[in-house]
Design a protein around this ligand. Structure first.
Ligand SMILES: *[C@@H]1O[C@H](CO)[C@@H](O)[C@H](O)[C@H]1NC(C)=O
Ligand SMILES: *[C@@H]1O[C@H](CO)[C@@H](O)[C@H](O)[C@H]1NC(C)=O
Ligand SMILES: *[C@@H]1O[C@H](CO)[C@@H](O)[C@H](O)[C@H]1NC(C)=O
Ligand SMILES: *[C@@H]1O[C@H](CO)[C@@H](O)[C@H](O)[C@H]1NC(C)=O
Ligand SMILES: *[C@@H]1O[C@H](CO)[C@@H](O)[C@H](O)[C@H]1NC(C)=O
Length: 375
């Protein structure tokens, strides 16, 4: 009886192949199924290469290329140490993490410093074309000084057609806070809220920028978010927002990537666990080093952000908001997330942003001599 069933099964599945192949097909399909289940349930990354190997093998068996099995199948090594089991508790987190929520992330912080007049117009002040909001932190005093002495001079101390402000959270260091308040009284270019200023709270800082611009700088036509280690050629920036204004009505522009994968390796910076973000790709996204958009989009992102759950990567967070709104990200020429070689390009229309400049390098780039105007 059992033998009969065995023979029938054999005939049913693969009459022309040998018993060994049949057993192999059966065994590998069970392993494959098991592994797929484990992978789905546990996000066990190391299994992916094995599943791939088995997939290749099983195809070979099915196409009767058994002689190649052992020799040509790609070999993958499995690093058990790096294997990324997610505990039962965390697995619940994975399945519970929603793409959207109902008011789980309201930006309800209070201003400590709010220089409301930054975007005021009239008298000797020009209309505001772009508001540039710069992420910084208390101890980066030298960087803020270098920015004010170089490319921010273009704003004519916040009276020109480009206005700017530095973004900070709260510090428990009293001396730092006193110094910041003195700085704010002198330059009137600081915005500070009462969340703790930390790397993990950069998303709060960025949302502070979107909120502040939406409510206190409505007169601006465009918005830029950037960092305190950036060089921004404001002439190039004004050209870019004019040229790409229609794109910026429907999303953000900058140094963007439409199919970026989350970094899963826990040893790397910007690593993101499956419980923080389970999908294979981020939505279209622009590097937080410098992106631009229209005020319309700024208001929409601010409004939707309360229903978009937190992620600590501030630029990814913005892309999740845009995705929710059905808005897009567009890579624009001249925006760079890496350091560009210091040279005449910095003073030309070819460059909008460059990253990782020290105060010394900022001065060097700003004071370049002998660059032809057309360069
Ligand atoms: C669960 O996730 C948290 C947050 O990512 C992490 O710190 C913790 O180690 C995880 N626990 C286990 C057992 O994997
Ligand atoms: C900000 O970050 C710090 C440390 O990373 C954390 O303790 C704090 O709860 C975070 N949130 C707020 C709203 O300050
Ligand atoms: C986008 O990011 C992925 C990594 O996630 C990378 O492989 C790809 O080259 C990037 N594309 C661009 C245009 O930079
Ligand atoms: C987003 O913009 C890119 C070009 O930057 C384009 O290829 C893509 O089709 C756009 N996607 C949507 C949904 O509009
Ligand atoms: C700029 O050009 C002038 C005259 O050609 C020259 O004397 C000067 O050294 C140059 N400066 C730099 C920084 O190259």
């Amino acid at each position: 009886m059992a033998f009969n069933l065995w023979r029938r099964l054999r005939r049913f599945f693969c009459t022309p192949c040998g018993m060994l192949n049949f057993v192999y097909v059966l065994a590998t399909s069970s392993v494959l199924l098991l592994m797929h289940l484990m992978y789905i349930n546990n996000n066990l990354k190391s299994l992916v290469p094995i599943v791939k190997t088995v997939n290749t093998d099983i195809k070979r068996v099915l196409y009767f290329q058994t002689s190649n099995l052992a020799t040509k199948a790609p070999t993958h090594s499995i690093n058990i140490v790096k294997t990324d089991w997610i505990s039962a508790q965390n697995r619940t987190l994975v399945s519970k993490r929603p793409d959207v929520c109902d008011s789980c992330f309201p930006h309800h912080y209070t201003y400590i410093l709010d220089n409301e007049e930054i975007c005021s117009v009239g008298a000797d002040k020009r209309d505001v074309k772009v508001i540039v909001l710069i992420s910084t932190t208390h101890v980066n005093t030298a960087r803020r000084k270098a920015l004010r002495e170089t490319w921010l001079t273009h704003t004519r101390s916040n009276t020109g057609d480009v206005r700017y402000a530095f973004l900070l959270g709260a510090t428990s260091n009293n001396a730092d806070q006193v110094a910041l308040e003195t700085e704010s009284a002198t330059y009137r270019d600081i915005i500070q809220e009462d969340f703790v200023d930390s790397y993990n709270n950069l998303t709060l800082k960025t949302m502070m920028a979107f909120k502040w611009a939406s409510l206190k700088c409505k007169v601006a036509k465009f918005f830029m978010k950037t960092d305190d280690d950036m060089f921004v050629n404001l002439n190039s920036l004004k050209d870019a927002v004019t040229k790409y204004s229609s794109v910026l009505e429907k999303g953000i522009g900058g140094y963007c990537n439409l199919s970026r994968e989350p970094i899963r390796s826990k040893t790397e910076k910007w690593s993101v666990t499956y419980e923080m973000y389970p999908n294979k790709l981020y939505p279209p996204y622009c590097s937080g080093t410098g992106y631009v958009t229209s005020m319309d989009v700024v208001e929409k992102v601010y409004k939707v952000s309360k229903d978009v759950p937190f992620i600590y990567l501030e630029d990814v967070y913005v892309s999740l908001c845009l995705n929710r709104l059905g808005l897009n990200a567009t890579h624009l020429p001249g925006f760079h997330a890496a350091l560009q070689k210091i040279g005449c390009e910095y003073q030309s229309k070819k460059l909008v942003t460059s990253h990782r400049l020290t105060p010394k390098m900022l001065h060097e780039a700003w004071n370049l001599k002998n660059c032809s105007k057309k360069a």
